[in-house]
Design a binder for this molecule. Structure first.
Ligand code: CMC
Length: 440
């Protein structure tokens, strides 16, 4: 195949030309509001018989979207046009969720109504509690989270139609309200403590901490420093355009599966250690380094050795080739929290040394591998006393409004089609079945 893709200059580019098998086809160029350009290949197979192949979607846009803009080279992240730094400084997580889902900052009445609706739906149906008895005590909370979220569709059969705006709205509010409750119950189950009912006088983050850490025998007041750090973490995780879990939510949702089923699938995608599971994997790695005598250089060396499968968890990003702007915000919160708690654990010292060594090492510098959001979020969660297995669950609570916003956007777009990639088949060509007696 001889292929020449030749967009003209960025200001006038309206199409690209591709020559394949001697035939020239013209493909339209799409330009986004931040001047990102794409060649629209929708007509390619029909006009040439060819498809494109792009493992890991390194160059493939799956959709247009007006929710989040990020520039990995410059370290820019904006939700609906607002820089993440501004949002982190001025909004709380519920307000950020409204912004992502509804596309605008709420006025005070809209925000109060949104908060109130979420407050009204925080409780789980009492019958759902019995699910928790069916899971082994040591079940991973991400497995519980995805199962119970999927099971919401058995309890709320009145709101499963993704094309009905009223049903969409009620299931969105239910899910925003119930996910922290589902998450906290999974933790309480794992340590054998009674479940705490949500307390609707508390804020979203206070309520989650109360459900996680309060016990019936003692009074509990959420630490404002923890509440502030949690709020920041949830905001920083709230959306990140077409990442693995969000693409999963869109893919599942594109079949018109209901919201609970789509989000349940996103939770499973997030669980993997190359995605949201990296915060848990990062703390496990730091513990391993501490247990091995704190020899940071040895682990940096292992990460550089191509014959060793080891990677530094919490470093690198598919899109950011600069400091992750979320990591900058969360690092400042982590520094503040560690100073306030005056924690001197070896794990925090190893984390600091690892960050310093990697940032000054040529291997990491050349490949633009910076500490990512999961490096610092794990440190905060650890300092707050959250169990390691809950780290990715916290990521899921933060990412929920982003998943919802993409699911809604997909259903509102007339361009949406069921997600169905093609492939290049590389298996055997046609052959006959050999009778059992003649098989080697
Ligand atoms: N440690 C050591 N080497 C690394 C690392 C790492 N953490 N990450 C990438 N590299 C190397 C990799 O070996 C490759 O080297 P070479 O060019 O010599 O073959 C080069 O850097 C490019 O790596 P890649 O795997 O092609 O990059 P990718 O864009 O496919 O992967 C990543 C991105 C995040 C999966 C990867 O950096 C990684 O595995 N990081 C560790 C896991 C992690 O922290 N994940 C959380 C990501 S942030 C949260 C989220 O949004 O999900």
């Amino acid at each position: 195949m001889s292929a020449v893709s030749k967009p003209t200059s960025s200001t006038t580019a309206k199409s690209a030309r591709l020559i394949v098998d001697g035939k020239e086809v013209e493909l339209p160029v799409i330009v986004g509001t931040e001047d990102e350009k794409a060649i629209n290949i929708a007509s390619l197979r029909g006009s040439t018989g060819y498809i494109t192949l792009d493992d890991g979607y390194m160059n493939t846009g799956s959709t247009t979207s007006s929710i989040t803009y990020l520039d990995g080279e410059q370290g820019i992240l904006r939700y609906r046009g607002y820089p993440i730094e501004e949002i982190a400084a001025h909004c709380d997580f519920v307000e950020t969720s409204y912004l992502l889902i509804y596309g605008k900052l709420p006025n005070s009445q809209e925000l109060e109504e949104f908060r109130e609706s979420i407050r009204q739906h925080t409780m789980l149906h009492e019958d759902m509690k019995s699910f928790y008895n069916g899971f082994p005590r040591d079940a991973h909370p991400m497995a519980i989270l995805s199962s119970v979220v999927g099971a919401l569709s058995t309890f709320y059969q009145d709101s499963l139609d993704p094309r009905d705006p009223e049903q969409q709205k009620i299931s969105i509010h239910r899910l925003m309200a119930k996910l922290p409750t589902i998450a906290a119950y999974s933790y309480k189950k794992s340590i054998g403590q009674p479940f705490n009912y949500p307390c609707n006088e508390l804020s979203y983050c206070e309520n989650f901490l109360q459900m996680m850490f309060a016990v019936p025998t003692e009074s509990y007041e959420p630490d404002p420093v923890f509440v502030e750090a949690l709020n920041l973490l949830l905001i920083c995780h709230a959306d990140h355009e077409q990442n693995c879990s969000t693409s999963t939510v869109r893919m599942v949702g594109s079949s018109n599966a209901n919201l609970f089923a789509s989000i349940s699938a996103g939770i499973c995608a997030l669980w993997g250690p190359l995605h949201g599971g990296a915060n848990e994997a990062c703390i496990n790695m730091l513990n391993e380094i501490v247990a091995d005598g704190g020899n940071v250089k040895k682990y940096v060396q292992k990460a550089k050795d191509k014959s060793d499968g080891f990677r530094l968890m919490g470093f690198g990003h598919r899109v950011y080739k600069n400091f992750d702007p979320r990591a900058t915000i969360i690092k400042a919160a982590a520094d503040k929290l560690l100073k306030r708690l005056n924690l001197k654990e070896p794990l925090f010292e190893v984390a600091q040394e690892l960050q310093d060594v990697a940032l000054n090492d040529d291997y990491f510098k050349e490949r633009k591998l910076y500490p990512n959001v999961d490096f610092y979020s794990g440190i905060i969660y650890r300092a707050m006393g959250l169990p390691t297995q809950m780290f990715t669950v916290l990521f899921a609570i933060g990412r929920l409004p982003g998943w919802i916003a993409h699911w809604v956007e997909m259903h509102q777009s007339s361009a949406t089609k069921i997600g169905r990639p093609r492939q290049i088949y590389t298996g055997p060509t046609i052959r006959e079945i050999v009778p059992m007696s003649e098989r080697p």
